[in-house]
Design a protein around this ligand. Structure first.
Ligand code: VGL
Ligand code: ZN
Length: 199
């Protein structure tokens, strides 16, 4: 039988209460994620990992505020507060996260000119992170997703994974959303339509 992997998305200090881009209740999911980790044969984590001055930061766009949207060469991009800067405490995994079992940590968002929500592709939807190749080469064809944020990095990862032919489950109780202008309902609907199992 083919193998399955748990992919824990961006469970980092900056996405938890007190962090630069705090997701409400982001830290509440840590115990359940740790339980999922204990029960998984293969664990992969993603880590949002931006250089200072990243193009997804509102501070890099004079006259713009966080949560506004701008048009980038690759399409619409929401602007965020400065967050998950490479090597900062905010970019570290949440202290309570049992991360040591992870076989792979995929860092994303490190190219200054492009953001990356998905664990599989950057926001141009064509530049790969390498995760699909890693999974396929290891005979893993099913993934379970948990982490932050439901309506951004988790949802983009789930939709790309389905497109790439993986069987995908999202553990909603082990995720929390940002919910910008109804994005949580919108992205939950898109995942359901795409065939993601929402548990
Ligand atoms: C994320 C916004 C910016 C996420 C990352 O992990 O969902 N959201 N960078
Ligand atoms: Zn980011």
């Amino acid at each position: 039988m083919a193998d399955e992997a748990l992919v824990v998305i961006d469970l980092q200090n900056d996405f938890c209460p007190g962090g630069a881009l705090a997701v409400a209740g982001g830290d509440e999911i840590v115990p359940l994620v740790n339980e999922l980790i204990r029960g998984s044969d293969h664990v992969i984590m993603t880590q949002d990992w931006h250089p200072a001055g990243h193009s997804s930061f509102a501070s890099s766009h004079p006259g713009h505020q966080p949560y506004q949207s701008v048009t980038m060469p690759y399409g619409e991009q929401t602007l965020w507060p400065d967050h998950c800067i490479q090597g900062s405490r905010g970019a570290d995994f949440h202290t309570g996260l049992a991360w040591t079992k992870a076989e792979l940590v995929i860092r994303k968002g490190f190219r200054p000119a492009i953001d990356s929500y998905s664990a599989f592709f950057e926001n141009d939807h064509t530049t790969p992170t390498g995760l699909a190749g890693y999974l396929r080469e290891r005979g893993i064809d099913a993934i379970t997703l948990a982490g932050l944020a439901t309506d951004f990095c988790v949802a983009y990862s789930a939709l790309d994974a389905v497109k790439l032919g993986f069987s995908v489950t999202v553990r909603l109780a082990a995720c929390r959303g940002i919910d910008l202008d109804g994005s949580l309902d919108a992205m939950t609907g898109r995942m359901r339509e795409a065939g993601v199992a929402l548990l």
